[in-house]
Design a protein around this ligand. Structure first.
Ligand code: NI
Length: 274
């Protein structure tokens, strides 16, 4: 069993064929889908998918850095209201972070929104799902400062350097999300992924974006998590079964999920619990 730990299947790109997309995910062994939120307008669509597939699709709540604009305080108050209500369960605060590719002028308010949402995650004992784009220094500065025993999470769609990966491993409570970029010729992480601790890696697609080879440039979908798992297997020399078992166990540990599946003999460090 595989988990797609990051996708936006509530996006309009899936309006016409969500059922088929979910069926193809099942056929590929991708049983569970974790859904980061984007902003206030995306919340209803995400909830609808979560309600339609309650045993497969799990929502998160957060404000994406690219949606941090003039109205970010109003949007954050809606995010806060959702996070702290007792009815609906969210598995993480996400996605949050800093993006300096699209807009450098909003850095200051992105930092403010990121800090605020980290504090909420700590208060709720939820993991954070971090979006980093051309902003490792800025993100590390904040995570270094706010990191304590309550903070855990994932650097989603990790595309950094070996040094940056080691920085993340050193936190002890953070994972890296590995997606389609691993299959790209110029993706770079394929060069050193074998040097990383497999117990720190989870799989994702970021659907509908970043489809792996041979679908690069097309719409991505959760079934392609399997292509990422296969590439990781090839690059690390580990069996596909081990990649599946360990990445699923990592996901369960990070997000405090427990799924029924065959017991795995893979070693599981337990210091991410709690
Ligand atoms: Ni995303």
């Amino acid at each position: 069993m595989l988990i797609d730990s990051h996708n936006h299947i509530y996006a309009e790109q899936f309006n016409d064929d969500l059922e088929e997309v979910m069926n193809r995910a099942s056929e590929a062994g991708v049983q569970h889908l974790l859904m980061p939120n984007i902003d206030v307008p995306s919340i209803d669509a995400m909830h609808r998918v979560a309600d339609r597939y309650p045993d497969r699709c799990y929502p998160m709540m957060g404000l994406h850095p690219c949606s941090v604009q003039e109205d970010f305080r109003e949007q954050l108050s809606v995010v806060e209201r959702h996070l702290f209500q007792p009815v609906r369960k969210y598995i993480a605060v996400g996605e949050i972070g800093i993006d300096l590719y699209w807009d450098k002028s909003t850095l200051e308010i992105q930092q403010e929104a990121f800090r605020q949402q980290i504090e909420w995650a700590k208060a709720l004992k939820l993991p954070i799902v971090i979006h980093v784009r051309e902003s490792f220094d800025e993100v590390f500065e904040i995570v270094d400062e706010l990191h304590d025993e309550r903070l855990r999470g994932v650097f989603h769609c990790f595309t950094g350097t070996l040094e940056q990966a080691k920085h993340i491993e050193a936190y002890g409570s953070f994972m890296m999300g590995i997606g389609g970029v691993l299959t790209f010729k110029n993706g770079k992480i394929d060069q050193f992924i074998h040097e990383l601790d497999l117990n720190r890696l989870i799989l994702e697609t970021d659907s509908p974006y970043l489809a792996p080879k041979p679908y690069r440039g097309k719409r991505n979908e959760p079934a392609y998590t399997r292509l990422v798992a296969e590439k990781l297997s090839t690059l690390t020399g580990k069996s596909l079964e081990e990649i599946e078992a360990v990445s699923t166990a990592n996901c369960e540990r990070l997000f405090h999920l427990t799924f029924e599946h065959e017991a795995s003999s893979a070693p599981l460090p337990d210091h991410l619990d709690g």
